[in-house]
Design a binder for this molecule. Structure first.
Ligand SMILES: [Fe+2]
Ligand SMILES: [Fe+2]
Length: 167
């Protein structure tokens, strides 16, 4: 079944949104490097890889559905933050934006009865639950450190141990 035009446009927007997330995560990683928190920077850099991979899932889907891939420009990421917790709050805000976009893709796919989109979108619905929960947990941990340098160092070490998951 040919992909509905509006739905194809929304999938193309999603490619750009995932790349926008990747770009934002890279900026967050750079900020954390500058602040001397290499473990947290590592965690953000792994997110960059995941977001690029998400963009490629939508890209591949458009190709498999015989729809044109239309790449959009990526806006400049936010680079100024007052605190470490603000950096992770920016990550959470980006994830919430992506969740809303996935939900809207889902409802568009439902409207045009494009059942072939469901497995891809189901994967992303699950992924977004995990993404938001993980970032929220880090925010909670950061708030709990309450400016304690030792606790912050421990958290940096913990996030530094993250390795990319095999696809
Ligand atoms: Fe994503
Ligand atoms: Fe994400």
């Amino acid at each position: 079944m040919a992909l509905d035009k509006e739905l194809a446009a929304a999938f193309n927007d999603q490619v750009a949104l995932e790349l926008t997330s990747a770009h934002q995560y890279l900026a967050l990683s750079a900020w954390l490097e500058k602040e001397g928190l290499p473990g947290m920077a590592n965690w953000m850099r792994i997110q960059v890889g995941e977001e690029n991979e998400h963009a490629m899932r939508f890209y591949r889907f458009l190709i498999d559905r015989n729809a044109a891939v239309v790449l959009k420009s990526i806006p400049e990421p936010k680079t100024e933050f007052a605190t470490v917790v603000d950096v992770f709050r920016a990550a959470l805000a980006a994830e919430q934006r992506v969740t809303a976009a996935i939900n809207s893709l889902y409802s568009m796919a439902t409207d045009v009865r494009d059942f072939a989109s469901y497995p891809l979108l189901d994967w992303f619905v699950d992924e977004q639950i995990e993404e938001e929960a993980t970032v929220q947990q880090i925010i909670d941990d950061l708030v709990r450190t309450d400016g304690n340098g030792h606790a912050l160092l421990m958290l940096d070490r913990e996030l530094g141990a993250r390795v990319p998951t095999a696809e």
